[in-house]
Design a protein around this ligand. Structure first.
Ligand code: FES
Length: 195
């Protein structure tokens, strides 16, 4: 939908300055775009390509490799329910169907209020704690229909606001580098290039 805002362009330039090569900033800039719109919009990818001297196809080619980048609007809370073998053996399909019924959407869908998206996903590396899910990449283990309902209630009531930030806020969590590090990568690369 939208290009990066002025404020995010300023952050993007700061991030780019941390790397010897501009294109190394691609993933952090994709996170910035996702933070802005909740997903990586097409115009944002074109804008990122301009900032990094890349072709838009290169930006999309990298972004589409990663499951955590979305290319369409998703809910404030993305719930990834693992339906791979370990989870499947202990009730993952039941859990997924329960989640679909509880939220009134099918896997891949988003609730009308924009709060929840459900996805059934491959192994999320929590097989010993199956069945497992992630909500905005925060794990929940040995999930039952009852504990799923409790999770939804807690998210709806705001009880988990501190623990589970809205989808796409990784960029602001990670941008803690001090001014002393700004442009460090560029300066160091200039020294290497001068040799
Ligand atoms: S199979 Fe579900 S976490 Fe590995």
């Amino acid at each position: 939908m939208s290009r990066l805002s002025e404020e995010r362009v300023a952050t993007a330039k700061e991030i780019i300055g941390r790397f010897p090569r501009r294109k190394s900033a691609l993933i952090p800039l994709l996170h910035l775009a996702q933070e802005q719109d909740g997903y990586v919009a097409q115009d944002a990818m074109v804008h990122i390509a301009e900032l990094l001297d890349l072709a838009p196809a290169e930006v999309y080619g990298t972004a589409s490799f990663y499951e955590m980048f979305k290319f369409h609007p998703v809910g404030k809370y993305c719930i990834n329910i693992c339906t791979n073998i370990s989870c499947q053996l202990v009730g993952a399909w039941n859990l997924l169907h329960h989640a679909e019924e509880r939220l009134g959407i099918k896997s891949g869908g988003t609730t009308q209020d924009g709060l929840f998206t459900i996805e059934d996903v491959e192994c999320i590396a929590a097989c010993t704690e199956a069945p497992a899910l992630q909500v905005n990449y925060r794990y929940r283990y040995k999930v039952t229909p009852e504990s799923f309902d409790a999770l939804i209630n807690d998210l709806e009531s705001g009880k988990l606001t501190g623990e589970v930030p809205p989808h796409g806020t990784l960029a602001s969590v990670r941008q803690t580098t001090t001014a002393a590090w700004s442009n460090r990568g560029v300066e160091e690369q200039a020294q290497v290039d001068a040799r």
